[in-house]
Design a protein around this ligand. Sequence first.
Ligand SMILES: [Zn+2]
Length: 284
Amino acid sequence: MFWRSGWPASCRVLILLAALLLAAGTWAQADELIIHFIDVGQGDSILIQTPAGANILVDAGEAWAGTQVVVPYLEKLGIEALDMVVITHPHFDHIGGLIPVLETFPVGQVLADGQIHTSRTYEDLLILIDRKAIPFRLARAGDRLDIQGLDEVLVLNPREPFLKGLNNNSVVLALTYGMTSVLLTGDIEAEGEQRILAGDLITTANILKIAHHGSNTSSTIEFLEAVQPEIAIISAGADNRYGHPHPEALLNLEAVDSKVFQTSIVGTIMVVSDGMSYRIVVDD
Ligand SMILES: [Zn+2]
């Protein structure tokens, strides 16, 4: 499945090119940014491959997904090390899979929200990061990360003092490569979205990773109207017990004319950009 930016609205239809798709990874050119929204079921895992060859992983789904999906996915791409791993927040559907990832690949740096949480999984992850002596950096709104191959990586969230609830203090990143902009929102909810809107850092984005798997506690119309995403990506499990994505979130996305892609329907979703235009590739 294939969708290219810049086509007039009347042409914004999905053109099925599945039969023509080559194996994942072989269709991208060397100077392209590729963001993989890996299908980890109910959870998030996002791999960013920059045109300069940097590999950054944001979350890794639950523990089983880390072992059975994320690690094999990275290995299939020939990745031998990760320049950065981002922990958006300490919930198990984001960090569980990071333990097998960190046990498999050398990691240059961990960027995290730094919230206190006492689950066994989170403690095990922090112990592993410490044992491997991986540099640990806190992300705070306003920080700019120097990532080779990207024009800008801006942290929009969290801020201190923290908001109530782990979700609202998720690390939120705004990535820019040429004309392509991507917003990764972790699991922020309405309060987190509101704080970002009030923080004077928000920009529009071509592609928005919908917060909290499409829950109706996120994706407020005010936030979506500010971001104006052409593409909305929802990472959630098929028939998940939370009812994600919620019809209300989908209605809000419809109201701002976003084209929605869901991992639960199409599997892993890739955004590929040459800096001028981008395309959505679904490996089905
Ligand atoms: Zn989550």
